[in-house]
Design a protein around this ligand. Structure first.
Ligand code: SIN
Length: 359
């Protein structure tokens, strides 16, 4: 990927961040030079421009839990700073897809991203893939107790290894399986090419079920389904519906087999340049926006399911407890297979935390 892919694109509002300009003045790397060139429009900022503009890039539609939480964050920050801090939200991979949003953040082309937890493994943080273990979490409350507990905080601190700062987690919800046939039993997956996120745990889950995982960016998934490059995929219903995947998949099976959640991430460089007051304001607004995202996530997925049923394009299948249990048994080996990748210590901490939750 050419590095100039990460130049800050020309946009109606000039980005202004004096601290970032100072950092760039001393930087000698190619990446910094690119980011520096992109920052030149700052010099043309008018008096009415925000002093700081944060660019928040994400890959999903605005009507999803992530899209709505990002927009809520924008409103809160702008209101509380009296317009001194602006937020520009770029949904639907308008600026960067999930193959390059993390690099864009590292190059300073954007300031905030909220990738799914499944997308941190490929930037050298495979322990995040513990969230992808299939049929591990019984409900969102169990997930949140991990993300808000010491294990979740340790994972976020680990982002410093990549120069990143993890500001918090939030949910989309549980993933469902889609294809042009019902996926109710392990044998139903045999031979299917299933689009997956770039997570080795999810790839192993598909292989264990007899399918062939195909890693594709989210923004290319619908086209790949439509053209037959892949036969099926997995996602919460809000993502399925807002990408119009129902037009190209005849069957959605409500497997609730895995969790999809996000971490909001910024760059250490930006975070350290902010003064204490602005950091606190941004962090507080973000925590409120994430709590809002968590509150509405279930409703967004339920509404999407209702709309999908009304559209009448896709048969919706609900698994019986016995069918779900058979799937659980079938994917159990994934934990063993991926233990080395995730790290035995992380897995031990995960299981201890989950066991505590049930007592
Ligand atoms: C997202 O919700 O951010 C995208 C998930 C996916 O890539 O499947």
């Amino acid at each position: 990927m050419p590095a100039d892919r990460f130049a800050r694109p020309a946009l109606p509002t000039s980005p202004v961040h004096a601290g970032r300009r100072r950092w760039l003045a001393g930087a000698g790397t190619r990446a910094a030079a690119l980011a520096g060139a992109a920052l030149l429009p700052a010099a043309r900022a008018t008096a009415s421009s925000p002093e700081i503009t944060l660019r928040f890039s994400h890959v999903v539609a605005e009507e999803t839990p992530k899209g709505l939480a990002a927009n809520r964050f924008k409103v809160l920050v702008q209101e509380r700073s009296d317009g001194r801090i602006g937020v520009q939200v770029f949904p639907n991979a308008q600026l960067y897809g999930d193959a390059d949003e993390m690099q864009a953040l590292q190059f300073g082309a954007v300031d905030l991203v909220a990738p799914s937890l499944s997308k941190f493994g490929r930037i050298g943080l495979p322990e995040f893939e513990l969230f992808d273990l299939p049929l591990l979490f019984d409900d969102l409350a169990a997930v949140r107790r991990i993300t808000l507990g010491p294990l979740g905080q340790r994972l976020l601190h680990g982002l410093a290894r990549q120069g990143l700062v993890g500001l918090g987690y939030f949910d989309n919800g549980f993933k469902q399986m889609s294809a042009n046939r019902p996926l109710l039993a392990p044998q139903d997956f045999a031979g299917l090419r299933m689009r997956v996120q770039a997570s080795q745990v999810i790839a192993a889950q598909m292989r264990t079920l007899g399918a062939r995982p195909v890693t594709l960016p989210f923004s290319e998934t619908r086209r790949a389904l439509a053209s037959g490059v892949v036969d099926g995929t997995e996602n919460p219903v809000s993502n399925f519906w807002t990408q119009a995947m129902h037009q190209v998949q005849t069957d959605l099976s409500l497997t609730n087999h895995g969790y999809l959640g996000y971490a909001v991430v910024t760059h250490q460089r930006l975070w350290q340049q902010l003064n204490t007051h602005d950091r606190a304001l941004i962090n507080q607004a973000l925590q409120e926006a994430l709590a809002f995202g968590n509150q509405i996530a279930d409703a967004q997925n339920d509404n999407a399911l209702t709309a999908l049923r009304q559209a009448g394009t896709t048969r919706v299948h609900t698994l019986t407890a016995a069918q779900r249990d058979r799937l659980r048994q079938a994917v159990l080996p994934v934990q063993q297979q991926l233990a080395r990748r995730i790290g035995p210590t992380w897995l031990q901490l995960l299981h201890q935390a989950l066991a505590r939750q049930t007592h």
